[in-house]
Design a protein around this ligand. Structure first.
Ligand code: GLV
Ligand code: MG
Length: 303
């Protein structure tokens, strides 16, 4: 697994809040999305479209700026596509697509995005899709969704998922079965896997516990709903410098042992344990994730 771009934090900004959009300009997160879906009341959808249109001229610090449109089956979908056609399609990096049921949903949106790219003079495929898996049907079909055109990440939506399954727990939590299925589908397709939000924004311990579970499973990142969650999110989804250095030394050691000078060994003993090709791949996953987050090695392998 290699990671070329950090996707640790995905900040959700309600599109109908001018104040939040203004604050979000400064957020140093890996991705923000301006929301037209569930964080915006039906009566405020049009206001949100107007605010997002004018936000486009401003400059966000986040390297990926996305728009969450309403789902394909909703009555707002066509107006959201019209908004993309009216100018936002010129600058938006990706569409967060909620309530994806099967690959056909993605194909439909992908065709519409192709037209938007043509009319905005952008390269084909410039606007990617972050697919939300938040229903039983979406989870069952997440493998085909992960391989559908333009999809660069699967995002778990725990609240809608619980509602769809009829789960009655008062607390919204990420379900480990769903997370693992999403992770496997994403990795098989070579794309990112992102955990959904923790709703209790004042309870940082809860955010950290949920983020730690997702990070240990191998997820790339998590949704963030409040600025207080950003630092924890980055800390948890970035390898520590020690871990990064250990992994990077292991890669150097393995390169040496497999070379002619090092005896051309497939497996070797390094720091008391056997390392082989699988160890190299595990170390590479840590090094590529750390590098994408801006880490550099501070130690090197020595014989
Ligand atoms: C996010 O969209 C969720 O439903 O949890
Ligand atoms: Mg949802």
């Amino acid at each position: 697994m290699t990671v070329s771009r950090a996707r640790r934090s995905v900040f959700a900004v309600p599109g109908s809040s001018e104040k939040m959009i203004g604050k979000a300009l400064e957020f140093r997160v890996d991705q923000i999305f301006l929301d037209l879906e569930d964080a915006v009341a039906p009566e405020a959808k049009e206001l949100a479209r107007q605010l997002i249109s004018s936000a486009g001229q401003k400059k966000f610090k986040a390297p990926i700026v996305s728009l969450r449109i309403n789902s394909i089956e909703s009555t707002w979908f066509s107006d959201d596509i019209a908004l993309l056609n009216s100018g936002i399609g010129r600058w938006v990096d990706s569409i967060v697509l909620p309530k994806v049921r099967h690959a056909a949903d993605v194909h439909r949106v992908s065709e519409l995005l192709q037209e938007i790219e043509r009319s905005s003079n952008r390269d084909e495929g410039a606007i990617t899709i972050d697919a939300q898996i938040e229903s039983a049907e979406g989870l069952v079909n997440c493998e085909e969704i992960a391989r559908a055109p333009r999809v660069t990440s699967l995002n778990f939506g725990p609240a809608d998922f619980m509602a769809d399954l009829g789960m009655t727990s008062a607390e919204v939590t990420s379900n480990e079965y769903a997370l693992m299925k999403i992770l496997v589908a994403a990795r098989a397709a070579g794309i990112a896997a992102i955990d959904g939000p923790t709703l209790e924004v004042r309870d940082i311990a809860k955010f950290e516990s949920s983020a730690s579970i997702a990070a240990a499973m191998g997820f790339d990142g998590k949704w963030v709903l409040h600025p207080d969650q950003i630092d924890s999110c980055h800390k948890i989804f970035t390898p520590t410098q020690d871990r990064f250095d250990d992994a990077s030394c292991l890669l150097e050691a393995y390169e040496y042992f497999t070379s002619t000078a090092g005896g051309a060994k497939g497996a070797a003993i390094y720091q008391g344990a056997m390392i082989d090709e699988a160890s190299r791949k595990m170390a590479l996953a840590i090094v590529s994730r750390g590098s994408a987050a801006g880490l550099h090695p501070t130690k090197h392998f020595q014989l």
